[in-house]
Design a protein around this ligand. Structure first.
Ligand SMILES: [Zn+2]
Length: 424
């Protein structure tokens, strides 16, 4: 609703001249008084008692929808974190987190360092709502007012940012995790301020393993084998899975006691893993139904490592290719199919011989495809347990395989399972 319309409604409510109301409203807004407060102030001035149609009533979080103007609600701050973003070319610190009431919780972004703390129940007036990742998100801007609520709410959500890795979701902010660093790699990227060193790898706790990125490269604290507490991080999607992001407002604290990491790998049905949009470090059990082109003895461009055909790289033209081994296996478990990609080491173990032997076999036969044929003979029609990370893109579902183990179920066991199913 624009100012004119609000003024007209208010004027007719109060039975006063519209021009007068517009002038008063404009004056108040020039002093940065939020619209909802300005309207209330004018109601007091003109002594309006009748209709309360335009007084904003508190919304429940459950009922929020994107592009609702001037929302008011009462909620308890569940988490609160800081992050620096680039807005209109300038760096700006924002406060982010989640707030909850009895009906639900919602993420918020505050553009000023508003003074509220985790666990406090606050009354928010005139907040914006926008959609982010398909969910409504509260925008606390400079026309929003926030005050401590008269009564504190009893909300059915955990208050505070302490989490386990299995509870993290993309978009979570202001969270704290205690983890063990399992893998850590240092990389140089082209950041907004030129070349920047970052760390990335895998962290784990008693519930799960997840990827992480440390944009500030805390090399003295975050290294393979270290146990650390990461205070005030946020969660972003990375290749279809939640990844813990350590930023400039994150405090990294070394832990005296090692954090133990679960040994269990969640085993999923392929259909469920695909529906989830990707998964980090899972296992699937299925049958190899095909081995795709680009498997076996392949050649890669020495410049960019892309797989090349007939000595031609798409980016680098005619190059002298380097031999490599790879398997692209189509796996089916009855609920869905995915493509499992095995690197050279895994392919050597499946092929049962080294890259050098594969090269010899191809030379003897004067045909590189003999390697693919041997691999197909070994695996097509057999059942395997694959462990790895699943990524979904326009080319389909791809599992980067970390382990590829034959599942041998005794024929008697298969018969028993079939019987049990029949008798149910
Ligand atoms: Zn190339």
């Amino acid at each position: 609703m624009d100012l004119e319309a609000r003024a007209e409604e208010l004027a007719s409510d109060l039975g006063v001249d519209k021009a007068e109301v517009v002038a008063d409203l404009q004056t108040l807004l020039e002093y940065d008084v939020p619209v909802s407060e300005a309207i209330q102030s004018l109601r007091r001035k003109y002594g309006g008692t009748g209709s309360t149609a335009s007084v904003p009533t508190a919304s429940s979080i459950e009922s929020l929808s994107a592009d609702q103007p001037g929302v008011s609600l009462v909620g308890t701050v569940l988490t609160r974190g800081r992050r620096t973003i680039v807005y209109d070319g300038d760096e700006q610190m924002i406060i982010e987190g989640t707030i909850g009431d009895e009906t639900g919780r919602v993420a918020y972004t505050a553009w000023e360092d508003l003074e509220f703390s985790v666990g406090e129940t606050i009354s928010i007036q005139n907040a914006g709502v926008r959609e982010w990742d398909g969910e409504p998100q509260l925008n606390l801007g400079d026309t929003t007012t926030i005050s401590t609520a008269e009564e504190s709410l009893d909300v059915p959500f955990e208050i505070g940012g302490d989490r386990t890795l299995d509870s993290l979701q993309t978009g979570d902010r202001g969270i704290t995790v205690a983890v063990s660093v399992l893998e850590c790699e240092q990389r140089t990227i082209d950041g907004r301020d030129g070349e920047t060193t970052i760390l990335s790898g895998v962290i784990g706790d008693e519930t799960k393993r997840l990827p992480f990125t440390d944009w500030e490269a805390h090399t003295a604290l975050i290294e393979s084998g270290a146990s650390v507490e990461l205070i005030d991080c946020h969660v972003r999607e990375h290749r279809g899975v939640p990844a813990v992001n350590v930023g400039e407002h994150t405090t990294v604290r070394q832990l005296d006691q090692a954090v133990s990491v679960t040994e269990a790998v969640p085993e999923l049905e392929i259909g469920d893993a695909i529906d989830a949009g990707g998964a980090f470090d899972i296992a699937v059990v299925g049958t190899v139904i095909d081995v795709r082109d680009g498997s076996g003895l392949i050649q890669r461009c020495p410049e960019c490592s892309r797989v090349i055909q007939n000595g031609q790289c798409r980016s680098h033209g005619s190059v002298s290719g380097e031999d490599d081994l790879r398997i692209k296996a189509v796996i089916d478990d009855g609920t869905g199919t995915l493509m499992g990609i095995c690197d050279r080491e895994l392919t050597e173990s499946v092929y049962g011989d080294t890259l050098e032997s594969a090269r010899e076999a191809a030379r003897d036969a004067m045909d590189r495809s003999v390697v693919t044929s041997s691999i197909m003979e070994a695996i097509v029609g057999r059942q395997y347990r694959l462990r790895g990370s699943l990524q979904i893109d326009e080319y389909g579902a791809m599992l980067t395989v970390d382990s590829f183990d034959r599942v041998t179920t005794a024929p008697s066991e298969i018969a028993e399972t079939a019987l049990a199913e029949v008798s149910q």
